[in-house]
Ligand binder design. Structure first.
Ligand code: FAD
Length: 280
């Protein structure tokens, strides 16, 4: 019986690849029209990694690591979407993905010990093994503001940004929220809008990204360290090269708070690595 994977983001693509490697038949269903998940949907201005690009790629294929160059330390959404499309093509994953197909219900059938899946278009599939790779951040939270339906202007949600982009030049624009996504969007929109108003409920703490291009030589150097990088990532809770700082806010000195630009301790990589053991 065919195994079913729901979602074709980073996790779904990998599940599809792994299950196939095990010699199993797999069918994936994806609500979007392309692969990438987070990096397919979130195409708002300024969308980019906030973790280092070279820690984010798949580690299962040496060949993939050899052939892929990250352009920036914190890649922008278009490059990450390109990367995941490259992975889908390289491992011929697309042939087992049914796009524009949202699973609306999954019922477990005790008698047959299988899952009965219902798609939004009413079609049905059954499977003994169901892997949901639907993401923890893949459902947009729409603003619940009284009267919002009567807003006559153009409105966009960052998660469902129009693929063709939006021209804000000279327009009066309002942004609701100042979380990580808004911080990225505000910086980009501010370059072209006529006037920008940011509606902030709660002030957020943010630090400069310190992004930079990755020159070829630097990328070649990173490539020689992949094993070390991934080993390091496996030691941190979020699979980053950073370890959370265990101190409470008030245990840090005011100077650290004002000038460090980092909320994490960078774990040491090697004597010639990128970070100090404490960069705060
Ligand atoms: C704006 C943004 C920036 C981020 N930046 C970083 C970062 O810098 N570093 C980092 O480590 N993480 C980051 N993340 C977290 C990111 O979500 C994960 O890194 C990763 O992409 C999650 O992959 P996933 O495959 O688990 O889920 P997703 O990428 O969310 O993919 C889930 C897929 O499942 C599909 N799906 C969901 N429900 C159904 C259904 N019922 N039927 C069919 N298909 C369905 C969705 O359409 C989607 O394509 C970011 C997240 C966001 C939103």
């Amino acid at each position: 019986m065919t195994r079913v994977v729901v979602g074709a983001g980073v996790a779904g693509l990998y599940q599809l690849y792994r299950l196939r490697e095990l010699g199993l038949r797999v069918q994936a269903f994806e609500a979007g029209s392309g692969v990438g998940g987070t990096w397919y949907w979130n195409r708002y201005p300024g969308a980019r990694f906030d973790s280092e690009s070279w820690t984010y790629g798949y580690s299962f294929s040496k060949e993939l690591l050899e052939e892929w160059d990250w352009d920036e330390h914190f890649a922008a959404q278009p490059q990450t979407e390109r990367y995941l499309n490259h992975v889908a093509d390289k491992f011929d994953l697309r042939r087992d993905i049914q796009f524009n197909s949202r699973i609306s219900a999954a019922h477990y059938q005790e008698e047959t010990r299988s899952w009965e899946l219902v798609l939004e278009d009413g079609s049905r599939h059954s499977t003994r093994f169901l892997v949901t790779a639907i993401g923890i951040l893949s459902a947009a939270t729409m603003p619940n503001i009284p009267g919002i339906d009567s807003f006559a202007g153009l409105s966009c949600h960052t998660h469902r940004w129009p693929k063709e982009g939006v021209d804000f030049a000279c327009k009066r624009v309002g942004i609701i929220g100042t979380g990580a996504t808004a911080v990225q969007t505000i910086q980009e929109l501010a370059k072209t809008v006529g006037h920008l108003t940011v509606f902030q409920r709660t002030p957020n703490w943010c630090a400069p990204l310190h992004n930079a291009q990755i020159a070829k030589q630097e990328m070649d150097d990173i490539r020689t360290r992949y094993e070390e990088i991934f080993a390091l990532c496996r030691t941190s809770p979020g699979c980053y090269i950073h370890a959370p700082d265990p101190r409470k806010t008030l245990e840090t000195s005011p100077r650290t708070g004002r000038h460090s630009g980092r909320i994490f301790t960078v774990l040491p990589v090697s004597a010639s690595g990128w970070g100090n053991s404490a960069t705060r």
